[in-house]
Design a protein around this ligand. Structure first.
Ligand code: FAD
Length: 450
């Protein structure tokens, strides 16, 4: 075996998988995982561990996989990660652990994410991920929101004997994991199983409850964790944005990802045949890949104002979208949506690249040239902002100018017994960082209430 080449994980072909919403990554078989694990060089200073946001003991768990000792491999990962199957599947590994792997300098990095997923899925399917809890200590904590930040916080607390209630504004649990990340990228079983574990440990989920004010909760609970994410989609503020057929990414993704799975397919009748997705991040990729799976859709085009090199989406995601037939049109930006009541056309400004801006990426500059494309559906994937309601309604709870709760490095806010973490404190970010913040805040709560 050439140590520079990865053992490729089996993936369903783009042409086949774009017909359904079933998982497209097929994962490793035992022999493949052992072979891939044996590529790890076990560097003296493991750069992968340093680059992992939660500093997972990567060389250690890989060594256990090599020895086919999956129980110890799982326990090594579980020390730092309560959502390891989810992180193994959706973390942007190329920018984190895998991006730092020494093997990646001359060849392909170790497939750390795929190995983490292999072990964690094995633990779930074989009942090795059971959690124990200490005797109840009589203290109550409310977690607001049910995304990865709150789930991780709740899990740590309930195991320590705290009574935990999770308040969720939507009628389902999981936050972006459930409504945003499509089922072909993240198996629903992985999320449902975690939620079942929490329920078995005694965590209550109070759904359809948008928390707007903390007064009563501060009387009823010993501590409150705010894991409300960054829920407000950004707008373009251009003519025609209110035409029928134009959706914000969250509305579009929720409509499709929460639709029932029937013979592997999901349906969203209100989507048209020609779909234009505006944006170049992972949310745009998910919206485009969802759209292309709808039976009525004939064409999906992503329009982005810079070039592919500047796109914030993971390169892997971009390639997966292309394999499924998504068309990319770069250096264009919508300046008007046209139609009478319903969307018919998108007017695009044609850009060229100028000098780098503050982000270090070359700035898009309008050339003055225009082009028009036909579309009956547009999805705006322009990022998300924070909700300032709780900050505005709570005198002693400080937020920054973007509406993020201001916290110390353990998630303590300015308000007594109120903690926060995840996208609610960082702005739109990643699952692993949200989970980490939830775990840290739980540690702070335990320390402060002891
Ligand atoms: C489409 C999409 C795809 C993504 N793909 C990836 C990916 O592949 N990999 C990755 O690492 N990251 C990805 N992300 C980012 C990642 O999902 C988020 O960073 C992460 O979910 C943040 O977790 P959280 O718990 O802070 O917030 P969320 O997951 O947003 O959860 C917040 C929860 O709080 C609830 N809520 C909000 N306000 C209130 C309130 N006032 N009262 C009660 N409940 C409330 C919301 O309904 C929601 O359920 C993606 C994001 C999106 C939108």
């Amino acid at each position: 075996m050439n140590m520079q080449d990865r053992v490729k994980m089996k993936v369903r072909d783009g042409d086949v998988r774009k017909e359904d919403f079933l998982p497209f990554l097929l994962g490793y078989e035992k022999e493949e995982a052992i072979l891939e694990a044996s590529r790890c060089l076990h560097c003296k200073i493991p750069r992968c561990k340093e680059a992992c946001p939660i500093h997972n003991d990567i060389p250690d768990f890989i060594k256990y996989i090599k020895d086919d000792d999956l129980e110890n491999a799982y326990h090594t990962i579980r020390l730092r990660s309560s959502l390891s199957e989810i992180c193994g599947t959706v973390c942007p590994h190329e920018d984190q652990c895998e991006g730092a792997c020494v093997l990646g300098i001359k060849g392909e990095s170790v497939a750390i994410g795929a190995l983490e997923r292999y072990v964690s899925k094995w633990a779930r399917e074989n009942g090795f991920d059971k959690e124990e809890k200490k005797e109840t200590n009589g203290k109550k904590v409310a977690c607001i929101g049910s995304g990865p930040a709150s789930l991780a916080c709740a899990l740590k607390l309930v195991k320590e004997g705290y009574s935990v209630d999770i308040y969720e504004k939507d009628g389902f649990v999981g936050g972006v994991l459930t409504w945003g990340i499509p089922s072909y990228r993240l198996e629903r079983e992985a999320i449902k199983h975690k939620i079942e574990i929490l329920k078995e440990l005694g965590v209550s989920f109070i759904l359809d409850q948008k928390v707007k004010d903390l007064t009563r909760l501060r009387e009823d609970y010993d501590a409150i964790f705010l894991g409300i994410g960054a829920p407000d989609p950004n707008h373009m503020h251009i003519n025609g944005e209110d035409l029928k057929g134009i959706y914000q990414a969250d509305t579009f993704l929720k409509a499709i990802n929460m639709a029932p799975l029937e013979n592997g397919r999901r349906h969203f009748e209100a989507c048209g045949e020609r779909v234009v997705v505006v944006g170049g991040g992972n949310v745009a990729m998910d919206a485009a890949r969802d759209a292309i799976r709808l039976p009525q859709v004939k064409e999906v085009m992503i329009v982005y104002r810079r070039t592919e090199d500047e796109m914030p989406a993971c390169k892997e995601e971009l390639e997966h979208a292309k394999e499924e037939g998504v068309i990319f049109k770069t250096l264009v930006n919508p300046i008007e949506f046209q139609g009478e009541g319903c969307l018919k056309e998108v007017v695009l400004a044609i850009n060229e690249l100028g000098k780098p801006d503050q982000s270090g990426r070359r700035r898009p500059v309008d050339t003055g040239k225009r082009m028009t494309i036909e579309a009956d559906t547009v999805v705006l994937a322009l990022g998300f902002s924070n909700d300032k309601t709780l900050g505005d309604n709570t005198d002693d709870l400080d937020i920054d100018k973007w509406g993020c709760f201001i916290v110390d490095d353990m998630g303590r806010t300015s308000a007594k017994v109120v903690y926060a973490g995840g996208d609610a404190t960082s702005g739109a970010s990643t699952v692993v960082k949200a989970m980490d913040a939830g775990q840290k805040a739980a540690r702070a709560i335990i320390e402060d209430l002891s």
